[in-house]
Design a protein around this ligand. Sequence first.
Ligand code: BEZ
Ligand code: FE
Length: 278
Amino acid sequence: MVTKMTSKEHLDEVLASYRECPNPRLVQIMTSLTAHLLAFVEETGLTRDEWMSGIEFLTATGKKCDDERQEFILLSDVLGVSMLVEMVNQKPTDSATEPTVLGPFYRPGGPELSMGDSIAPDDSDGQPLIFSGMVRNASGEPLRDAHLEVWQTSPEGFYDVQDPALDPMSYRGNFTTGVDGRFFFETVRPVDYQIPTDGPVGVLLRTSARESWRPAHTHFLVTCAGYKTLITHLFDASSPHLHSDAVFGVRESLVVDMNHDEASFDLVLDVAGESPVN
Ligand code: BEZ
Ligand code: FE
């Protein structure tokens, strides 16, 4: 009698197909991905209809992508994958600022501003807020020539790229620290906003009775020669969505009081090469 192939033998056969691959890292990634995917199919007893729904969902996700919209990144965000990638890659030491997701609305090439300038347009109707603090290392030494890229939504909850009424690069600005490492700039208080829900990711959230809100935050991307790049946000402590962020990006250490005119926070960078990944 011919014995039937087991799922383990099937997995081994699929993995063996990579035996000639010259790239060991690709083999490692495909081996782990394949093992987890096949285990998922077996563990859930995935039906043919469910498999087809998954294929249709991924097809719709691809069709929603263009030069401005990246629905796959949004999918990765709501699955909790993007945040874990940052945790695995940025790995701060205990004294450094915790990272969070970059998000799909980062744009390089923001306007280079002077300390004290505003990233909000003059006619913004938001609640004025000044962010201030120091870019420093874990020993408390101020970091000179640290470059901060800052971005957030308008008081209506839209990034410049989402709202035709906003001039390009509104609510974005870059700052370079001086010898004292200090930064301070004007903005308006960030607001809670919904991630885009007009695509397949929105369908997934609604079907799963999940939240589509992100708690109010301002994004920071900080670079400084000799130090690890920091990608993070500062969250408004008053937000009702701190415990239900659609993309799981909130960290307690990043929550600050924005109730008053000024919010203060030091951005602490790790020396490059101090932890496993840079
Ligand atoms: C953001 O904070 O800009 C963001 C992050 C993930 C998904 C959507 C928006
Ligand atoms: Fe954001």
